[in-house]
Every structure is written in structure tokens, then in C-alpha cells.
Ligand binder design. Sequence first.
Ligand SMILES: Cc1cc2nc3c(=O)[nH]c(=O)nc-3n(C[C@H](O)[C@H](O)[C@H](O)COP(=O)(O)OP(=O)(O)OC[C@H]3O[C@@H](n4cnc5c(N)ncnc54)[C@H](O)[C@@H]3O)c2cc1C
Length: 254
Amino acid sequence: GSDAVALETRAHRDGSHFVLDGRKRWIGNGSIADVLLVWARGEDGEVGGYLVEAGTPGMSVARMTGKTALRAVWQTEIELEGVRVPAEARLEHCHSFRDVARVLARTRYTVAWRALGLALGAYEAALAYALEREQFGRPIAAYQLVQDKLSKMLADITGMQLLNLRLSQLVQDDRLTAGMASMAKMTCAAKARGIVADARDILGGNGILLENHVARHHADMEAIFTFEGTDSIQSLIVGREITGIQAIAPSRSG
Ligand SMILES: Cc1cc2nc3c(=O)[nH]c(=O)nc-3n(C[C@H](O)[C@H](O)[C@H](O)COP(=O)(O)OP(=O)(O)OC[C@H]3O[C@@H](n4cnc5c(N)ncnc54)[C@H](O)[C@@H]3O)c2cc1C
């Protein structure tokens, strides 16, 4: 959930092994992965990363069904009951949640690009459709209100492209901060969500048919808006970096 810092999966040392106990939900492609990276809290209270091979006794993986979005990815629920992994399966350079957060910043940054991709795909489909579809004797692209939608979609897409390009340069220079990644994810997901909704509108009834792709982008955007941290959580991470004051969990420090 949003309070990822409070993760409850546990790891304790038993001789030459670590033993993992806990549950995970929403884990992408967990049922087809050969190796899973499990974040768990050790006996010292700090979070570490543990590599678990598929089929390790004590680990059960169940595919979640009934998803309306990102149907090409299989989300899974994972139960770990006394799962034993060799001591060397613990990631060497992960000492606390701060190290996990560095991974999250990197993956959030890729989600910003992903949102841009969906927005661009939806815009291109809407433009092609608007030029083709005729109503009241003219292509709908000839109407000012439709052109206004297309113009604003392209303006937002261009802004997202520039933001993400700059972010990639900062990643290359190893200057990416958590706040920068969150700002990009928050901005791109929100803007892309609006763009796919406008594209779906421009396609009229055809916009809800899967064969026209925009409906799929529209559904997938809902998942992207939430995963890797919701819009509100990204905003709070940016706010923390701007002000130096942590407002995500007011009772905690840092
Ligand atoms: C398609 C999909 C794929 C996913 N893949 C993975 C994966 O591979 N691995 C993985 O570990 N997780 C994965 N997740 C989980 C994902 O990261 C969480 O769903 C997400 O972080 C939100 O947590 P939650 O669903 O429990 O919502 P909640 O945390 O319950 O949030 C519900 C609402 O409360 C708001 N909220 C919560 N706390 C605050 C606060 N302090 N201030 C203001 N508002 C707040 C949220 O913004 C949101 O609007 C996936 C989720 C989805 C939908």
C-alpha cells in the first residue's frame, strides 16, 4: 500500500539461511518469474532484499483475476511461510528502506515515460480518427472544439516529453532525486490520464471498443495513475523535498 515503509514481511537468520514470512499483493508477473526479489524487515528492524527462486518450499503464488487495467501483466498474491533462502541470497548493498526508495525513484521515473507513451498513442489514434470521421458533412477534425482538444493534448505531450528528457539527462548524470522522479510520475500520469480521456471522447462510441486501442490505453492509465505510488503520495514526496517537512505520515520523522 501507500505506506510501503511499514512493510510487514519478516526475515530472520537461521544458521546459513534467512527465513521469510509474510504476504505480498499486486506483484507483477510473480507467477511466471524464475526469481523474485522480496523486500522484508530483518531482526534489526531494517528492510533488506532477498532473492527467492520460483518453487522454493513455503512460497505460494496465486494470480489475481478480474483486473480491468493492464491485463497483459499478471498481478499475483504471494504467501511466504517459513521460506528458507541461503544467506547469500540477501542483496549485499541494501541496508534499509532508504536503499529500497532509491530503486523506487528509478522505477517511478520509468512510469513517467510509460504514461507519456500511452498519451502519445491515444493522441495519434484520436487525430487519425478525427480526420477520417465525418459528422454534419465535415470531418470532425474541422470543428474548433475538436481542434482545441487536439491542440491541448499535443501541448501536454510536448511538456511531458521535455520533462522526461531532462529527467533522463539527470539520471545519466546520477543526479536524480526522489522528488524529481515523483514530480515526473505525478505530472505525466495526471496529464496522460486527461489525454486518454479526451482521445476516448473524440472516438465517440468507437472509443470504448478494444479494437480501436484507445479504450485499452484509457483503462491502463487508471492502473498507472495508482501503481508505483498514487498521485497524492507523489505529491507528498515532492512536498517533502521542497519544504524539508514530511507530511506523509505526520507521526513519523524523516
Ligand atoms: C496494476 C497494479 C500493479 C502493481 N504492481 C505492483 C508490483 O509489481 N509490486 C508491488 O509491490 N506493488 C504493486 N502494486 C501496488 C501499488 O504500488 C499500490 O496499489 C499503490 O502503492 C497504492 O496502494 P493501495 O492500492 O494499497 O492504496 P492505498 O494506500 O490504500 O491508497 C488509497 C487512497 O488513499 C490515499 N492515501 C493513502 N495514504 C495517504 C496519505 N498519507 N495522504 C493522502 N492520501 C493518502 C491514496 O493516495 C489513495 O488515493 C500494483 C498496483 C496495481 C494497481
